[in-house]
Every structure is written in structure tokens, then in C-alpha cells.
Design a protein around this ligand. Structure first.
Ligand SMILES: Cc1cc2nc3c(=O)[nH]c(=O)nc-3n(C[C@H](O)[C@H](O)[C@H](O)COP(=O)(O)O)c2cc1C
Length: 390
């Protein structure tokens, strides 16, 4: 695996030498970027000797005469990026899109998984501004390892200690495994809400925003998959796809999926599909009046229909949003609809950046504390990769 290691200006930078060494010993190719801050703590010389590979600093960033800017060249190189240690200053820049040095400019142009291993004193870690930035980064899809509680450089004990190099490497290697399973796979991701027309101007829809779909798409792209987005009514900009289809009503969604799912390896139904539609569409714009009674009829259960023609090896993932008996209903749905994995969640997830619930498969039931949708996407694709392996 090709690993780009970022080292920033923390006292824990000496441990980045161990990260670089262990990755190299395990047979991975490691290139390193050290920030100006990082250079105060370790030398390029030690890392370049241990990794037997390139180490870049800001002197290289500002060097004239390069055909492609160095940060673009470096951004195209790795399978995964790991920044260990990651300072408060670096996380703040990343969270707000600053790209004023080689490391932040490279990460700005990266479309691969990025793992961050923060290291700082407890008071810095616990500050509101830092915690706010960590949440922003988790919403955007950056993955965190640590920090841990333990002894700090000052001799104090508390949270802020960089994760152990072995744990950072374990996570990097796991991402590599997931990536190998998903690279080149055709993944159909539906998201947003459906719309059913009531008359010429009114629709029945729901509160789905599309945020879950964008997070899933980003992760799938980071892992090298071919992403086919099928998008309903959304409040966010669809991003991170190779192909995109727009489907507003349940019938349009069904037609689109019946055409493209046979060629897909994975289907993730994150769209909030209406269970009902008006039994008869009304003509024109219905005039204001006393009372309007509309009859609804059930829509097609798309996932169940698609499951009938599910091919061996295909993985189907459904979402179940329930306000009562979440687990029970989600489990029933998984069996009835013939899907491999169900993400069971609550109505509070709609429109939010956060989600809580369970990931269910036939083998396991993983409870999820409140996570960002991007964090859920990370766990979900690890699970999908495990299923592909089987
Ligand atoms: C001795 C010393 C130790 C430091 N340790 C940390 C640290 O562990 N974590 C942190 O976030 N900042 C730490 N800092 C502050 C950063 O080095 C400083 O914010 C710097 O601008 C970071 O630059 P960079 O993020 O571009 O590498 C330390 C500074 C000094 C002088």
C-alpha cells in the first residue's frame, strides 16, 4: 500500500518515526510531508533513512521549476493518508479549508481516506474551538484514531496522548483491506426523498436531506469504487459520483433502479422512499376550499422487488427509519426484503449530520452511538467489504 504520512509540530512527532518505520517494515511504501512546525521536532533525514523514500517540507513546496505542482503530484500518489501527530493548529486549518503549506494543500486535493491522529495537551483537546473543528472534520469524512488518555509530555495525565503507532497502523491496514475489496466495484447509492404529485403544483415528500448519500458516496469514492448516484429531492449538492440519475417519484426511482441494479455489485438504498402516493392525481392547481380529502395508495416496495432478481455476490443495503420497536421492525425488514445489511435509525437522523441506531446483518447487531453520517459510512463500507470477502 502507498501511505502518505503527514507530520506536524507536536512533541509526539518522535512517534511518527515509529509509524513510518513499522509501515515500511510491513512492506508499505511511505512518503512523508513534514510541516514547518514538525521540523522543529524531527528531521527529514531520520524519516527518509527509515522509510528509504521521499520526505518533503515546505522548502520543496515553494521550489520553482516543477512541471506539476508538488501538492497535486503528491495528492495523486497514495492509497491512504495518515497525519500523525495532528496538531490543534493543523486540524483547525483542515476544518476550515486553509491550504497555506504543502501538507494542507496536498490534503485539499486528496480523494483518498485520510486518518488523523491528534496529539495535544488535555486543555487544548478539551477546548470548544478544537472540539468544534473535530466535529466538522468528522462530518466531512476525516477519520480519527485517538487521542488516548494517559501520560502527556508535560508529565500530566489526561486525554490528548497520540494513539499508539501500532493502533494507527492497524487502522491504516484495515482501510487498505476494505479498499482492495471495493476498488472498481459498481456501487449504486440512492438518496434524498421522493416526491409524489398531488396536483400540478403540490407534492407529498419527506424531510430527507440527502446528507447520508453524500457521505456514503464520498467514502465509496475514497475507496476507489465506481459510484452511481440516484438522487431524489435533496437539500445538499450531490457530490462524489461517477454517474448520476435523477428520480423524483417512487415509480421513476423504481424504473431507474431496475435498469442499473443488475450491473451493480452493491446497492445502498439510503433514499427515503414514500410508502404511499395519492390514489389519483388532481388536475390543475386545486383551489382553496373548505377541506380537501385525499386518498393514498401504497407504493411499490422497491427493495423487495429488486431482491427477487438479486444475483449471487450482489450486496444490498437498506435503511430502516422507525419511530417504534426499531430493532424488531428493522430485523423483520431485513428478512422480508432480502437484504444483507440494514441500518436501523430514528427520525432524528432526517436532515441532520448525525445518526444513531444499529447496523444489522444476519451475523451481527452493531449498536451505534451518535455518529456523524460520514463515520457511519466508514463503518458501513468496512462491513460491506467483509461481506464481499465472504
Ligand atoms: C515544545 C512544543 C510542543 C508542542 N506540542 C504540541 C502538541 O503536542 N500539540 C499541538 O497541537 N501543538 C503543539 N505545539 C504547538 C505547535 O507546534 C504550533 O501550534 C505550530 O504552529 C504547529 O504547526 P503545524 O501544525 O503546522 O505543524 C507545541 C509547541 C511547542 C513549542
Amino acid at each position: 500500500m502507498k501511505v502518505l504520512l503527514g507530520v506536524t509540530g507536536s512533541i509526539a512527532a518522535y512517534k511518527s518515526v515509529i509509524v513510518a518505520r513499522l509501515l515500511t517494515k510491513a512492506g508499505h511504501e511511505v512518503k512523508t510531508i513534514i510541516t514547518r512546525g514538525g521540523e522543529n521536532f524531527i528531521s527529514s533525514l531520520s524519516i527518509s533513512n527509515l522509510t528509504v523514500n521521499d520526505v518533503f517540507t515546505d522548502d520543496d513546496f515553494w521550489m520553482p521549476g516543477q512541471k506539476i505542482p508538488l501538492h497535486i503530484e503528491l495528492a495523486r500518489w497514495p492509497d491512504v493518508v495518515v497525519v500523525a501527530p495532528a496538531t490543534m493548529h493543523f486540524l483547525g486549518k483542515l476544518a476550515h479549508g486553509f491550504a497555506d503549506d504543502l501538507l494542507t494543500s496536498t490534503i485539499a486535493a486528496i480523494d483518498r481516506p485520510v486518518v488523523l491522529a491528534p496529539a495535544m495537551h488535555t486543555e487544548m483537546w478539551n477546548s470548544r474551538v478544537l472540539q468544534d473543528n473535530v466535529i466538522r472534520l468528522k462530518i466531512f469524512g476525516y477519520e480519527f484514531v485517538g487521542p488516548y488518555e494517559g501520560e502527556l509530555s508535560s508529565g500530566d495525565r489526561g486525554i490528548g496522548r497520540m494513539a499508539e503507532p501500532e493502533d494507527i497502523i492497524e487502522r491504516v491496514i484495515q482501510i487498505g483491506k476494505t479498499e482492495r475489496k471495493l476498488r472498481g466495484k459498481r456501487i449504486v447509492i440512492t438518496y434524498g426523498g421522493t416526491e409524489e404529485e398531488l396536483d400540478d403544483v403540490r407534492v407529498i415528500t419527506n424531510k430527507s436531506s440527502g446528507k447520508m448519500g453524500v457521505s456514503l458516496s464520498r467514502r465509496a469514492k475514497e475507496l476507489g469504487a465506481h459510484v452511481i448516484a440516484v438522487v431524489g429531492r435533496v437539500e445538499v449538492q450531490p457530490l462524489y459520483y461517477d454517474e448520476i440519475y435523477h428520480a423524483r417519484s417512487v415509480d421513476e426511482l423504481s424504473m431507474t433502479l431496475k435498469e442499473i441494479v443488475p450491473d451493480a455489485d452493491v446497492l445502498i438504498m439510503a433514499a427515503a422512499v414514500s410508502d404511499f402516493k395519492p390514489a389519483g392525481r388532481l388536475e390543475g392547481k386545486v383551489k382553496r376550499g373548505e377541506r380537501l380529502v385525499v386518498e393514498f395508495e401504497p407504493t411499490e416496495d422497491i427493495l423487495r422487488s429488486l431482491s427477487k432478481d438479486k444475483k449471487p455476490g450482489q450486496i444490498f443495503v437498506g435503511f430502516a427509519l422507525e419511530s417504534r420497536n426499531l430493532l424488531e421492525n428493522a430485523e423483520k425488514k431485513m428478512h422480508e426484503k432480502g437484504v444483507d445489511i440494514i441500518v436501523a435509525n430514528y427520525a432524528t437522523a432526517m436532515g441532520s449530520d448525525f445518526i444513531r441506531g444499529y447496523i444489522l446483518s444476519r451475523e451481527e447487531k452493531i449498536p451505534l452511538k451518535t455518529l456523524t453520517k460520514s463515520e457511519l459510512a466508514i463503518i458501513l463500507f468496512d462491513k460491506i467489504a467483509e461481506k464481499i470477502e465472504k
